[in-house]
Design a protein around this ligand. Structure first.
Ligand code: BES
Ligand code: MN
Ligand code: ZN
Length: 466
């Protein structure tokens, strides 16, 4: 448990360490333990401290401290003067959890991407050097999640493919080792899927390629991150029903996460080369929209028969994955996408579906997700289900029968190439209906925290890890 003591400022200290006045006796009289991230307030009129706030730490591990941090920042609300004093002797994991919880729980969408504010989450310590690394990781992680949330919460009227690409360019500016390339118009000739999906919109598609190259690392491992960047998904001519369309500004959550994680990797100076690819398009309705029955030629020359224009994500991702395999010599490819409603049917609201032929990679990603507070569960890709993908007029259909999230993974499998890969269907955990621990109502920024965690485990060499 932690307490927050109000003597002009607000301090967080561990119970037992500093118990001024008669607080100790009052605490001893309190019944029972608090649940993880549960808060209780002891008002103490006319006494010092005038208010004691208790937060449940669960097992006292990083997740427990994260939950407590989020609960504390909510309880402090808009207390401008609050300062959180890091408890002396706290572990690095505890401090990282506390800081992440404070920053993530304190997120609010404003109309422009902003770094974590200080305010109620201003952290101070008597021993700053001891916590430098944990706090740097927490800050990079929270900054990434904030950016991913900001991009995803932005209304689609503003968030055109061009706008999104411009945000990537703006974020890259001034970061050494970070470069961006944006393809548009005729430069997208080979991206037949991206052009088809974007054809119905007055805001034409873009393809943004963001790269981080670590200085001084000879032939670093090259990780390619691909993120679905549909800035709004109406379903196209295979239009979505009213309720299913409501939240579809979030359909670029994968792109937001891979961009944010790449910037965080640069800020942390991670010794891996990272390229984030974001195929950006609006899946709109109009006279120029792609139609059911159309045949699309992808970047690798293979073809897909569009059988449902609402299965647009896999069509744009196919081009991006084929581009990565053909042009980037990746050592590892990770794909993140708000790809199917079936993700939530299978796994519920807070768990992404994880697909990979590589046991070790799947385990490492799941572990990074658990540590970061972004859960995944691995689902199979049964080889015999590929029969559902059969088309009479193309190499495959885009919207086969069979289990939705699994079939999307089987569709994408063709495009990954030879490097180890994983695909994450993150439709469900990309959005929160209400504040929930470190998640704030609206976009969760899902994937950014897990990616920062996972990428931080990789060393620069090509031989080991992954
Ligand atoms: N963007 C949606 C998936 C989605 C659904 C994301 C709910 C977040 C919340 C995707 O483009 C889509 O429409 N998928 C279809 C695929 C189907 C047509 C094969 C789906 O899941 O119904
Ligand atoms: Mn769709
Ligand atoms: Zn979509």
């Amino acid at each position: 448990m932690t307490e927050v003591l109000d003597d002009q400022r607000t301090w967080v200290v561990p119970v037992g360490e500093v118990l001024p006045g008669d607080v100790g006796a009052e605490l001893a009289a309190l019944p029972g333990a608090l649940g993880t991230g549960e808060i209780t307030v002891l008002p103490r009129p006319l006494r010092r401290p005038s208010r004691v706030l208790l937060a449940g730490l669960g097992d006292g591990d990083e997740a427990g401290w994260r939950a407590a941090g989020a609960a504390i920042v909510r309880a402090l609300a808009d207390d401008e003067h609050a300062q959180i004093k890091i408890p002396d002797g706290a572990s690095e994991a505890a401090v990282r959890g506390l800081a992440e919880g404070l920053w993530l729980g304190g997120y609010r969408y404003r109309d422009a991407p902003t770094p974590p504010r200080s305010g109620p989450a201003d952290l101070i310590s008597d021993n700053p050097s001891r916590y430098e690394r944990g706090l740097a990781q927490a800050r990079a992680t929270a900054t990434a999640a904030w950016l991913a949330r900001d991009l995803t919460n932005t209304p689609a009227s503003l968030k055109t493919p061009e706008w999104f690409a411009a945000q990537v360019v703006a974020e890259a500016a001034g970061r050494p080792g970070v470069t961006v390339k944006v393809l548009a118009g005729a430069e997208l000739e080979r991206f037949g899927g991206l052009r088809a999906v974007g054809a119905g919109s007055v805001s034409p598609p873009r393809f943004a390629e963001l790269s981080w190259t670590p200085p001084g690392v000879p032939s670093p491992r090259h990780v390619v991150l691909v993120g679905k960047g549909i800035t709004f998904d109406t379903g196209g001519i295979s239009i979505k029903p009213r309720d299913a369309m409501k939240l579809m500004k979030k359909d670029m959550g994968g792109a937001a996460a891979v961009v944010a994680a790449t910037l965080a990797a640069a800020d942390l100076g991670l010794p891996v080369r990272i390229t984030a690819l974001t195929p950006l398009a609006e899946n709109a309705i109009g006279g120029a929209a792609f139609r059911p029955g159309d045949v699309i030629t992808h970047y690798d020359g293979s073809t897909s028969e569009n059988t449902n224009s609402d299965a647009e994500g896999r069509i744009v991702l196919a081009d991006a994955l084929a581009y990565a395999a053909a042009e980037l010599k990746p050592d590892l490819v990770l794909n993140l996408a708000t790809l199917t409603g079936a993700n939530a049917v299978a796994l519920g609201k807070r768990t992404a579906a994880l697909y990979s032929p590589d046991d070790e990679l799947a385990a490492a990603l799941a572990a990074a997700g658990d540590a970061a507070g972004e859960r995944m569960w691995r689902l199979p890709m049964p080889g015999d289900y590929v029969e559902y993908l059969r088309s009479d007029i193309a190499d495959r259909v885009s919207a086969p029968s069979g289990p939705g999230s699994v079939m999307a993974a089987l569709f994408l499998r063709d495009f990954f190439g030879a490097a180890p890969w994983a695909h994450l269907d993150m439709s469900a955990p990309s959005w929160a209906e209400a504040h929930d621990g470190a998640l704030t109502k609206g976009a969760t920024g899902w994937g950014a925290r897990m990616l920062v965690r996972y990428l931080s485990t990789l060393d620069g060499g090509q031989q080991s890890g992954a």
